[in-house]
Design a protein around this ligand. Structure first.
Ligand SMILES: [Zn+2]
Length: 363
């Protein structure tokens, strides 16, 4: 196998064998995959895109070739020239591998790895170790030194995809809920009153400052998220105000932001929000996870937002980008040409016009 470098967080690992590749995949995804196809595109021996999709069900009319073509088209944006594919299946069948091999040659991709994992064994497509035409399966034995490095340097992956998705399940905290109602009423009153345009902008500036301050507290205090409930309620309401939300997005797209810390903070906001106030923070969370290269958490946050508000534009935007396999640099390039004031978009209410014409709560 051609050696390549897998970068996970700040750790760089040199992957030198198929078995080490299999061992690193749960760390790349953040969970142990089952019934999945995992594709890694590489360019100049570095991963340019990691993608996991559910293994489709082979029904009578299922067109495996069309499926494989579509799957590999997701990697075009990444510029990857080589591909490693690991299929996780309950039954060892070469149908998927065959279709992927064919699609890769159509698109000029060099296939470095094409295997099916089944019953903890790897079955290679066009195996060179087996003399029969069909691979009989091989024990997976990663390099001991690679395993040591992964164990010492990388966080333990979650046991399953479901476990990761459940990380942002709602928790009902009546105290936070009561504070959200109060905060929301204050916000609605500010918006309804034309005379209060100045105070509304002040509320927004304060809220943005509060969100920025609180995400910095996530890891610096013992248990700050439990003790800052009034601020948490304010953040929940503020992140559903488009002007606050977009200003926060601008800050997130700056270089050197601690995305992991911001992600943890936003996840806490999302799980405490009543359903009607999930879309704002969940969409911002999905953007953060996408920037981190964590597709599963990005999609989970996206779907949570869309479940609460199917037309929520920001969530739809991130969802489309994720499904198309667009790298986060597309987002960063767009955000970085904007100024803070363009994202913050302070409103100057004209006489006779009410703030109600604003779309701040629905975009
Ligand atoms: Zn074999």
């Amino acid at each position: 196998m051609r050696t390549f470098v897998a970068k996970i967080g700040l750790v760089e690992l040199s992957i030198t064998s198929i078995d080490s590749l299999i061992a690193v995949i749960p760390h790349l995804l953040g969970f142990v995959p089952t019934k999945s196809v995992v594709c890694l595109w590489t360019l100049d021996k570095r991963i340019s895109l990691t993608m996991r999709v559910d293994l489709p069900v082979m029904e009578t009319n299922f067109d495996a070739n069309a499926w494989a073509e579509q799957l590999l088209s997701c990697g075009i944006h990444s510029g990857g020239t080589n591909i490693h594919v690991v299929i996780y299946a309950d039954v060892n069948s070469s149908d998927f591998a065959q279709a992927i091999g064919r699609a890769a040659s159509h698109s000029g991709l060099h296939v470095d790895t094409l295997i099916t994992m089944c019953d903890a064994k790897r079955f290679e497509y066009e195996c060179t170790e087996c003399h029969s035409s069909k691979c009989i399966g091989h024990e997976v034995m990663p390099e001991a030194s690679d395993l040591r490095k992964m164990g010492a340097l990388l966080p333990v992956p979650a046991a399953s995809r479901e476990e990761v998705i459940a990380e942002i399940d709602e928790i009902l905290n009546p105290h936070v809920r009561a504070l959200v109602v109060t905060e929301s009423a204050a916000y609605t009153a500010l918006r309804a009153s034309n005379a209060d345009a100045h105070n509304l902008e002040k509320w927004r500036d304060e809220s943005i400052a509060l969100v920025r301050r609180d995400w910095g507290h996530v890891s610096s205090l013992d248990d700050p998220l439990r003790t800052l409930t009034p601020q948490l309620a304010r953040s929940i309401v503020a992140l559903n105000d488009v002007r606050c939300r977009d200003a926060v997005l601008w800050v997130i797209a700056r270089p050197d932001t601690d995305l992991q810390q911001i992600g943890e903070y936003l996840a806490h906001v999302v799980i405490n929000a009543p359903e009607s106030m999930v879309p704002g923070p969940a969409s911002v969370l999905s953007a953060v996870r996408w920037l981190q290269g964590d597709g599963l958490r990005a999609m989970a946050a996206c779907l949570k937002a869309l479940n609460a508000a199917p037309d929520y534009t920001l969530a739809l935007l991130v969802e489309t980008a994720l499904r198309a396999g667009l790298p986060p640099v597309f987002w960063l390039e767009t955000m970085r040409v904007l100024t803070y004031d363009q994202c913050r978009a302070r409103r100057r209410v004209r006489p006779g016009r009410s703030e109600d014409s604003d779309t701040s709560m629905s975009a």
